[in-house]
Design a protein around this ligand. Structure first.
Ligand code: SAH
Length: 397
């Protein structure tokens, strides 16, 4: 069994069950890509079993902190069953109102780098680390056996795979068929494409925030809605369901907007009440302000501006700018749902950024609610870095 020995003092985060071991913490040792190594303190005490990743600055990711545990097929079976059982319990209680569900959420489920989303009867899988790549066949077989599903699509094309020294890889791993699917979320139908959609096909993490938006649009009587970074129009469909009468979806992806239009149609909602703008949001907001437009509700759900804390400062300015513009575009009493999915920006910092935007816009707002990812995207108490999606629901004073 190969091992890695940490520098003195560097065992602390591993002892707190943090799953990442950075390059700089390692004194000596190593292994092949994805190979299980024994992680030891400077004086040789056992700390964890981890998958080694020779090319990544996250040089190893811990599978287990139990010395007696073996990293074998049975281990993956146990971890996958544990992850899926949590979702079944949540779904049983009505807390996952969708047949699009994240079954495995990487580090939080004790499977660093592995993402598994279920879209109806299709699994969409991403192997984002050398460890998951090495165990891919076992993982796919166990997933199929546990879920009873026979179609598995691979979406290992996230940029993070490059940091692990892995090539992108996509396609059917089991079964085959149409990659265009329809899920039903909170009673609304949403079409997606597991082959061509973003991430594994859809943004399941925003499920409950889309529903919350529908509820708020209805309660507050919002009529005109601007959905910025709309992707395939999940928030737009929610707004129409909530009684909105004029909904503009803005995105820079033409295929996403075409799907947004289809999503309005398959729900029997009024396409004539919709505008789909293929535009840069920043420019769109500036033009709308210039034209004197106002909206009763605005959603800002941008892509990751700050993948890591190193990008936080530049990203903060970008977030502040779009939030300032959006607050200025709100009618009095209007609703803003604003999000950040940047790991490098925590909830407190995001709140400060939006507060700064309000000051610049000279707009105050009631903070109705703090928002986060749906419960099938959990974090663990030992891994705060896993917390990435944060949002605020604000009503303009
Ligand atoms: N709110 C969506 C998810 C948004 S993901 C949902 O609920 O499903 C972010 C989206 O922003 C992507 O669709 C991407 O195409 C779009 N995007 C990225 N940069 C953009 C820009 N500068 N202007 C407009 N859209 C942009």
């Amino acid at each position: 069994m190969k091992s890695i020995r940490l520098r003195e003092g560097k065992e602390r985060s591993v002892l707190r069950h943090h799953p990442w071991i950075f390059h700089g913490s390692i004194l000596k040792g190593g292994g092949d890509a994805g190979e299980t190594v024994r992680v030891e303190s400077h004086d040789g005490r056992f700390l964890a079993w981890a998958a080694f990743s020779p090319a990544s600055s996250i040089r190893a990711r811990a599978w287990s902190f139990e010395e007696a545990e073996r990293i074998d097929e049975a281990f993956f079976d146990r971890r996958l069953r544990r992850a899926i059982a949590l979702r079944e319990r949540l779904a049983g209680g009505g807390l996952l109102a969708s047949d699009g569900v994240r079954l495995v959420h990487g580090e939080a489920d004790g499977l660093p780098g592995l993402i598994v989303d279920r879209y109806g009867d299709v699994l969409s899988v991403q192997f984002g680390s050398t460890g998951t790549e090495r165990w891919r066949t076992v993982i796919v077989e166990r997933l199929a056996a546990i879920t009873g599903l026979s179609r598995v699509y691979e979406r290992s094309d996230a940029s993070a795979r490059g940091l692990e020294g892995l090539e992108p890889r996509t396609g059917w791993l089991k079964g085959e068929g149409d990659t265009e699917l329809v899920i039903t979320e909170h009673g609304r139908r949403l079409g997606l494409d597991v082959a061509k959609g973003h991430k594994t096909g859809y943004y399941l993490d925003q499920r409950d925030n889309r529903q919350r938006f529908a509820d708020l649009v209805r309660s507050l009587g919002c009529r005109s809605v601007l959905n910025c970074y709309s992707y395939t129009g999940g928030f737009s469909v929610a707004a129409l369901a909530g009684g909105a009468t004029a909904v503009t979806s803005v995105d820079s992806s033409e295929p996403a907007l075409a799907q947004a239009r289809r999503n309005v149609e398959i729900n029997g909602l009024d396409v004539a009440a919709c505008e789909f703008a293929d535009a840069d949001v920043n420019q769109y907001l500036r033009d709308a302000l210039q034209a004197g437009r106002r909206f009763d509700a605005i959603v800002l759900d941008p892509p990751k501006f700050a993948p890591t804390a190193a990008h936080a400062e530049r990203a903060s300015r970008a977030y502040k700018d779009i939030n300032r513009l959006a607050l200025m575009l709100l009618s009095p009493g209007g609703l803003l749902l604003t999000f950040s999915c940047s790991g490098g920006i925590n909830a407190d910092l995001f709140h400060k950024i939006v507060a700064g935007a309000g000051l610049d816009a000279q707009v105050d707002g009631y903070l109705l609610q703090r928002l986060e990812a749906a419960p099938d995207h959990p974090t663990t108490i030992c891994f705060p870095e896993g917390e990435y999606l944060k949002g605020l629901a604000i009503v303009r004073v």
